[in-house]
Design a protein around this ligand. Structure first.
Ligand SMILES: *Cc1c(COP(=O)(O)O)cnc(C)c1O
Length: 373
């Protein structure tokens, strides 16, 4: 059996009639940008997250970059973030002219370790930018209480956590806001790129709306700010609206897949994902396990046609783009160790139970054979 990492074609086929009608409807309408689909999607997604405002943009990365700009983050500022994530988490800080400062991760959840934040705060620190990795919200209450104590803002990278909850709340509930990504393979994926800022702060929302279209305010071609071209197209919004109605069911399927893996890995040397007791809904963007002989495990899975992946093999500070920040190997030991031990098993909603059971069997065989040697 072949188990791909994701099956986007089956996802499309499940909703083919509705998606086709939505796409043709946009084509026939003559309105291709900033129309009713974008506005409605913004309302639907913000409401589902309990947020006041949703501002759709062209990607999750743009959502982060534009939101930090709207919060006034710029040259001379330091923003505390995680060294273990997808590149966008740190790019958005540097691209606003600010300096990222890394805090090591909690080795169980791979999210920022809130207990290490205070020692990274300097007089230049303005904000904390945590990520909710793999579909599990980070210790946002812990982070917010430190931020409040030191007068810092918090903006969350929720690209992998649409629909996730902690103590009953979604991302953006306690902070300046959060970014979402609709990249094709995310839990809610467009037919290409897309993203959104969620916020309860009216000023931030207003500025994000202005910044996504070149920073113009008032009269046409009057630029108050240096902005961006970051519109979500009506086509993408129309498709996302169709898929969004299914997101709850699709996330439930991911949870069912996770249970199959949890059972298969029980009592083996491969550690299943740790679910924080305060996590009330895990959306399993990834099902990430860890083991010491990770590379061997990866090769074994590939040999058996299981589409596993490594998210992420390197902490940011070990890669050339971020060498200038001045960190060295050993500075962020948990992030570095995770990079050499993590592996994600296929868990997307549209894989079949048979495919996941097969992948789980292969994983268990590897673990049991190794133990027997
Ligand atoms: C996907 C992702 C992003 C960026 O989203 P894009 O839509 O691809 O720009 C940011 N952060 C994390 C953690 C992601 O997984």
């Amino acid at each position: 059996m072949n188990v791909p990492p994701v099956d986007l074609k089956s996802q499309y086929l499940e909703l083919k009639e509705e998606i086709d009608a939505a796409v043709l409807g946009v084509l026939a309408s003559g309105f291709y940008v900033q129309g009713v689909n974008v506005r409605t999607l913004e309302e639907e997604i913000a409401t589902a997250h309990g947020a006041k405002f949703g501002i759709a943009v062209n990607s999750g990365t743009d959502a982060q970059k534009i939101a930090l700009q709207a919060m006034g983050i710029g040259p001379g500022d330091e923003v505390i973030t995680t060294p273990f994530s997808f590149g966008a988490t740190v790019e958005c800080i540097l691209q606003n002219g600010a300096k990222p400062v890394f805090v090591d991760i909690d080795p169980r959840t791979y999210n920022m370790d809130a207990s290490q934040i205070e020692k990274a705060i300097t007089p230049r620190t303005r904000a904390i930018h945590p990520v909710h990795l793999f579909g599990q919200l980070c210790d946002i209450e812990g982070i917010v209480s430190i931020a409040d104590k030191h007068g810092l803002m918090v903006f969350e990278d929720g690209a992998q956590a649409i629909g996730s909850t902690r103590n009953g709340s979604c991302c953006a509930a306690l902070t300046k806001g959060a970014s979402l990504s609709f990249y094709a393979t995310k839990n809610l994926g467009a037919i290409g790129d897309g993203g959104m800022v969620l916020t309860n702060d009216e000023k931030v929302a207003e500025l994000c709306r202005v910044l996504r279209i070149h920073g113009g305010v008032g009269s046409p071609y009057w630029y108050e700010y240096v902005g961006h071209t970051s519109r979500l197209s009506e086509l993408q919004a129309a498709v996302l609206r169709v898929k969004f109605r299914k997101l709850g069911q699709w996330n439930d399927l991911r949870q069912a897949h996770a249970k199959i893996y949890d059972r298969a890995l029980e009592g083996t040397g491969i550690a299943a994902p740790f679910v924080d007791p305060q996590t009330t809904y895990h959306t399993y963007h990834q099902y990430t396990v860890r083991c010491e002989n990770r590379d061997e495990f990866l090769a074994y899975l590939k040999e058996h046609q299981v589409g596993a992946g490594v998210y992420y093999p390197f902490a940011f500070h070990l890669t050339p783009a971020y060498a200038e920040l001045g960190y060295k190997k050993g500075d962020l030991p948990e992030a570095e160790k995770a990079g050499s031990e993590v592996l994600s098993l296929p868990i997307q909603s549209h894989l079949t139970t048979e495919q996941v059971e097969y992948a789980a069997d292969v994983a268990r065989h590897f673990a049991v054979d190794k133990a027997a040697v």
